[in-house]
Design a protein around this ligand. Sequence first.
Ligand SMILES: [Mn+2]
Length: 447
Amino acid sequence: MSRLRKLLLFPSLLVLALISLHSSALERQPFPAYHGRRVALGNLLHGGVAILFAAEEPLLDFMPYRQDADFYYLTGWNQPGAALLIAGPDAASHRPYREILFLPTRNLRMEKYTGIKMDASTPGASAQSGIAEVMPMTALPGILNTMIAADRRLAANLWTEPGEDAGLLPWTAVTLGDAAPLKSHDLTQLTMPLRQVKDPGEIALLTRAANASIDAQRLMFRSVHPGVTERAVAGEMIARMMENGCERPSYAPIVGSGIHSTTLHYGENTGTMQAGDVVVVDAACEYSMYASDITRTVPVSGHFTARQREVYDVVLGAQRAAAAAFVAGKSTINDPYHKDPNSLDTVAWQYIHDHGKGPHGEPLSDYWIHGLGHMVGIDVHDPANYPAVLKPGMVFTIEPGVYIPEEKLGVRIEDTFVVGPDGKLIDLIASLPHTAEHVEAAMKAAR
Ligand SMILES: [Mn+2]
């Protein structure tokens, strides 16, 4: 090898090393996991073509980058501006499965601001991405037109994420002219069922997120005192989450004391905690793109009043009744009507209805106003069509709540659960105190 070639090669190896360091920030699953998902999606396309776009880099608001959820699920790729093309196998035309990652041209000036990226000419781009073909983004329109020219039926079988066909479909006019389609099919309807069933690697990441979040919740038991601000507690929890390797909270932490405990998505955290009040703490974090979701309700002074305890016990009883009633393949979640006996919402609602009264003697269930839970995954509210039947591999929350503004008393208890391969329910948050006694004991131990 000539001296010159060695010199030319050296910077690209250096770039590769830097990129490897950078991408190790997230724990990626082995490449076959992502490849398997792409092939599974390809098989759902009926010989069609799916095109997804990565999230763009946020430049103006200085927010940290977060990859598009579907894009990450299918690739584990954590750089902005890319596109992924998946062509489903088509028996009629003998066209095999094909996958291409399109990478934007590097912008060396922008990289001064946001760090080094990889493009299609980076040595080892395919090996680094785990995707069979890697091409420059500028090749995407030509590839798409070539595919459509070879099989015009494809024009009616294009799949994109909502809102993304407007920019994409005009390209097909090169081949199709006025016959170019104006609409594509909604790809999220195909990725949604795939994403709902988690593989063991995903469950491992969700468990890491859960454990990091449990630890932050335990810290909260220690931090909550009369006179402490809600924001200070949120801040301490976020610091602990990040110390535990999470890249961010999986949603804005809710620390709502007193009257704020009755506002479901209270996120201002501007109050100061007062003795005699409860505080609802809905806070958890995201580990390598996988979310957790936990809520605990604790007494600011370390002891529940009799009335707080009464309502707390009903909410906990409802959570336990729903978990006990769970049957894989039959139970559903997030049913707004509480009529279907298979719905865990019905079970929890009925429990709250039958155990406890509101301030005017009405059923306590009048004060529960939201769904019992939701799917959890790369998004803390992972996509689903509700009410959804719960099957092995699914991850979801059970989070009954009662909110009585007149008593400035809100109670929500939320755990994230996994349906095991045997259909049994596994509580990822089992180790965090649930009962009023255990909550009080944990707070006392920290005082
Ligand atoms: Mn939740």
